[in-house]
Design a protein around this ligand. Structure first.
Ligand SMILES: C[S@@+](CC[C@H](N)C(=O)[O-])C[C@H]1O[C@@H](n2cnc3c(N)ncnc32)[C@H](O)[C@@H]1O
Length: 679
C-alpha cells in the first residue's frame, strides 16, 4: 500500500497494488482504507441467515419452551446469548419474558449494529450488550451466572466456528451448572455415496485422446484424501447424480447443555449396512439440532431425500451439506456391513473407511492445494476435453510447433499426445505448473513439452529453440481470474511474444462472446435482499449497515456456481460483447455498446447472469455458463465446472413479456477491463 488520499465526505482512501488477473500486470487501485472490514460485513452470511424463517421460528419457539420449563421449576430466567449478531435471539428471549438478558458479540461492527437494532425495538435497556468474545466476558460484566444459554455459533460443519471452545468456557465460567441450553443437542449424520461427478471433483481422471493413446495422472495422485478446504454445497441439486450406498447413520452427538460434555477430539466407529453394491467415493454429512429441552423442535439440514413426504424444505446458504472423501475408496456389497470411522477435532471433521490416525488428513499429492474442486472437475470434463481434442486434431500436424498458455492445463499433453512436433507451455501458477510437470513426466512427454519458466515478456527466440509458433492453444484458464471474462491472460501474453509467432499462426480459441440473461432466482437473491422485519423485530438497522458496506465494497457482479441455485430465464440469452483473438490487443478498439434483453415471461427480475463462450471452430464452442438451448425450461442448466457472473438485485422488479432490460457494456482492451451497467 502507499499514500492515503482524502475521499469524498469523511472516508479515507488508499492506493492498493494488485495483479490484474487479465493482463497479468501490477495495477494500483483506489480503495476505502477499511475495505477488508467493509467487505467482511458486506459478504457475511447474516442476511441469508436472517431470511431463514425455519431457523428463526424454531429458535423463537425453543426459547419460549425453555423459559416455560425454567418457570415451571420456579426459577428466575437469566439468559446469556453468545454471538448475538443483530441481537435477534436476545430480543426473542426478552420478549418471551426472561428476567435478564446478557448478549455478547465478538465482531465489533455487528455489536454496534446489535445496539442500534435493540434500541430501534425498545430493547436497549432490557438487554445488556457486551461487545466482547464470550471467552473474554468476565462474570462481573454480567449480573450473575446465567441459567439459559442461547447460541447460534454453527457453520456447515457445526463446530467450524469454534462452538466447542465457546460452550466449554461459558459452561465453566458464566453458566449455572443445571442450566438449560437452546439448542440442547447437535446430531451429526453421514451417508455413503458413489458418484462419478464427485470423483471428478476430487481426483484426476484419465483423458482418452484416441483408441490407443490416453493421458493418465499416475500413482502419485491415486491415494490422497483431498483438499484441506471444506467441500460444502447445495446437495439437493445433485439428487440424481448420487448413488446412495447406505442409509444416513448418526456418527456424533454434541451435548450443548452440560458442563464438560463437549470433547475437543472424538472418534466413532459405526457399522453400517450397504444398501447397494458400489464404491464409496464420499461421505455426505449434515446435522440436526434438537432445539428445546423437551426435545420436540428439530432444526434439520438433511437433504431432500431424507425428509418426510410433503415436508417443506427450507432453503439456506449459511448451512449446507458437506462432502468428505475417504483415503480408501472402499468397494462394498449390498447386504454386507462396512465401517464408518468418524473423527473431529476442535474445528473440523473427517471420515474414513478404515482406522486412521488422530490427525486430520492433509493433501499429500499437492493436487488439492493447487487446484480448486471446480477446476479439477473442469479438467476432468469429458465433454470439454473432447472440444480440445477435436480442435487439436483439426489443426495439429507432425510439424506443428505449439504454444499453450493456461494455468494447470492438460492441453500441452493433449497437443503432444496428438502429434505436435514441439510444445511450449506457459503456466503462471507455480503450484499448478509443478503438478502438470509431474504428469508430463509420468506420460513420458518431457522430450516434446518444454515448460517455459519465464514471464512471456522475458521469452527470447532461444527459449523456443529458434522455432516459430504456428499453433497457440488456451483453454483459456487463469487461476487468478474470478469472473468468466477474466480468463484472457493468454491473449495479453501473446502480445509479448508476437515476434515468435508465424504470420499465419492459428490461435485457439478464436474468439470470446460475453452473454447475458435476465433471470428469476428461486432463492439465491435472498443473500443480498434486505431483511426488514424478522419474527416481528425490526432489523432495518442491519439492512442499512449492509447497504452502506455493499456500496463501497462489493463488485457489481459476483462469481457464483449457479448450478446450485435454481432459476428461471426471463429473457433469451443475448450477446453483449465479442473479442476476436486473431487481432492483437492494441488493434482491438474500445467497446461501448448497449444491448436490450427482451423479456419473454412474466416474473420478478432478481438477477442478471453473465458468462462467456469461447469459439474453437465454426460449430465448436465452450460455454462456461448456459449449457444448452433449452433455457425456457423451468430450471436453467449451468456449467457445473465454472463460476458464472451474477448481479443480484437487492429489490426484485416485476416484469412482463414486453419489458426490456438495458445493459451497457464497456471493454477497455488496454487494461482488460469489462464493466456492465444494468438499467
Ligand atoms: C451465526 S451468527 C448468529 C447471530 C445471531 N445469534 C442470530 O442467530 O441471528 C454467530 C455470531 O456469533 C459471533 N460469535 C462467534 N463466536 C463468538 C463468541 N465466542 N463470543 C461472541 N461472539 C461470537 C459471530 O461474530 C457472529 O456474529
Amino acid at each position: 500500500m502507499c499514500d492515503k488520499i482524502e475521499g469524498e465526505g469523511h472516508q479515507k482512501h488508499v492506493f492498493v497494488s494488485h495483479t490484474n488477473p487479465v493482463t497479468g500486470k501490477i495495477d494500483w487501485i483506489v480503495q476505502d482504507e477499511n475495505y477488508d472490514y467493509i467487505q467482511e460485513i458486506a459478504r457475511s452470511g447474516y442476511g441469508d441467515m436472517l431470511h431463514d424463517t425455519d431457523r428463526n421460528q424454531k429458535y423463537y419457539k425453543a426459547i419460549r419452551q425453555a423459559i416455560k420449563l425454567l418457570r415451571e421449576r420456579n426459577k428466575e430466567v437469566n439468559v446469556l446469548d453468545i454471538g448475538t449478531g443483530t441481537g435477534l435471539l436476545s430480543m426473542m428471549a426478552a420478549e418471551s419474558g426472561a428476567d435478564t438478558v446478557t448478549a455478547c458479540e465478538a465482531f465489533l461492527p455487528m455489536a454496534k449494529c446489535a445496539k442500534n437494532v435493540m434500541e430501534a425495538n425498545n430493547f436497549g435497556s432490557k438487554v445488556k450488550l457486551i461487545p466482547k468474545r464470550s471467552t473474554n466476558v468476565r462474570l462481573d460484566d454480567m449480573e450473575q451466572r446465567a441459567n439459559l444459554l442461547v447460541t447460534e455459533l454453527f457453520d456447515t460443519e457445526l463446530i467450524g466456528e469454534g462452538a466447542i471452545a465457546s460452550y466449554t468456557d461459558a459452561h465453566l465460567r458464566l453458566m449455572e451448572e443445571d442450566c438449560v441450553a437452546v439448542p440442547t443437542t447437535g446430531i451429526m449424520y453421514v451417508q455413503a455415496v458413489q458418484s462419478e461427478l464427485l470423483r471428478s471433483w476430487n481426483s484426476l481422471q484419465p483423458v482418452q485422446l484416441s483408441d490407443r493413446v490416453s493421458i493418465t495422472a499416475g500413482p502419485r495422485f491415486s491415494s490422497c484424501s483431498g483438499a484441506p478446504s471444506l467441500h460444502d454445497l447445495q446437495v439437493d441439486e445433485l439428487a440424481g447424480k448420487l448413488k446412495l450406498l447406505s442409509a444416513p447413520v448418526e456418527v456424533f452427538r454434541f451435548d450443548f447443555s452440560h458442563r464438560n460434555a463437549l470433547a475437543k477430539n472424538e472418534e466413532s466407529l459405526v457399522q453400517t449396512l450397504a444398501l447397494q453394491d458400489g464404491n464409496i467415493d464420499a461421505f455426505l454429512m449434515w446435522w440436526d439440532l434438537i432445539m428445546d429441552p423437551q426435545g420436540e423442535i428439530i432444526l434439520s439440514c438433511a437433504p431432500c431425500w431424507v425428509r418426510g413426504k410433503g415436508e417443506k424444505i427450507p432453503w439456506r446458504d449459511h448451512w449446507m451439506q458437506a462432502l468428505y472423501y475417504p483415503t480408501n475408496r472402499l468397494s462394498i456389497q449390498k447386504g454386507n456391513m462396512f465401517d464408518v470411522y468418524s473423527h473431529h477435532d476442535e474445528y473440523s471433521l473427517w471420515f474414513e473407511t478404515e482406522p486412521s490416525g488422530n490427525h486430520r488428513p492433509v493433501c499429500t499429492d499437492g493436487l488439492h492445494v493447487a487446484f480448486s474442486r471446480t477446476r479439477l472437475g473442469q479438467i476432468n470434463s469429458k465433454k470439454r476435453n473432447q472440444v480440445f481434442i477435436d480442435a487439436i486434431k483439426e489443426h495439429v500436424t507432425e510439424d506443428s510447433v505449439c504454444l499453450v498458455v493456461s494455468d494447470g492445463s492438460l492441453l500441452p499433453l493433449m497437443a503432444a499426445g496428438l502429434g505436435a512436433k514441439q510444445v511450449f507451455y506457459i503456466d503462471m501458477n507455480r503450484p499448478c505448473c509443478r503438478i502438470i510437470e509431474g504428469i508430463i513426466e509420468h506420460n513420458g512427454l518431457q522430450d516434446k513439452i518444454c515448460i517455459l519458466d519465464k514471464r512471456p515478456e522475458d521469452i527470447i527466440a532461444e527459449d523456443l529453440f529458434n522455432l516459430k509458433i504456428d499453433l497457440v492453444l488456451a483453454e483459456p484458464f487463469s487461476q487468478a481470474a474470478h469472473l468468466p471474462w477474466e480468463h484472457l491472460y493468454f491473449w495479453y501474453a501473446l502480445n509479448s511474444i508476437r515476434s515468435q509467432l508465424c504470420p499465419n499462426v492459428k490461435i485457439l480459441p478464436e474468439s470470446m462472446t460475453v452473454k447475458s440473461m435476465a433471470v428469476q432466482f428461486r432463492d439465491l437473491h435472498k443473500i443480498r435482499a434486505p431483511v426488514g422485519f424478522c419474527e416481528g423485530f425490526d432489523i432495518s438497522e442491519f439492512d442499512k449497515l449492509i447497504e452502506s458496506s455493499s456500496a463501497s465494497a462489493d463488485e457489481e457482479i459476483e462469481p457464483q456456481c449457479l448450478w446450485e441455485y435454481p432459476c428461471q430465464a426471463l429473457s433469451p440469452p443475448a450477446p453483449l460483447a465479442f473479442v476476436d483473438f486473431s487481432q492483437p490487443v492494441e488493434s482491438t478498439p474500445k467497446l461501448h455498446q448497449t444491448t436490450e434483453l427482451e423479456c419473454c415471461r412474466e416474473g420478478v427480475l432478481n438477477g442478471v447472469v453473465f458468462w462467456t463462450e469461447f469459439s474453437f471452430g465454426e460449430e465448436s464452442f465452450l460455454s462456461n455458463g448456459l449449457l444448452d438451448d433449452k433455457w425456457q425450461e423451468d430450471k436453467v442448466k449451468w456449467d457445473m465446472f465454472s463460476r458464472q457472473g451474477v448481479k443480484l438485485m437487492r429489490q426484485g422488479r416485476s416484469i412482463g413479456p414486453d419489458s426490456k432490460i438495458s445493459i451497457s457494456t464497456q471493454f477497455i482492451p488496454e487494461v482488460g477491463d469489462f464493466t456492465f451497467t444494468i438499467k
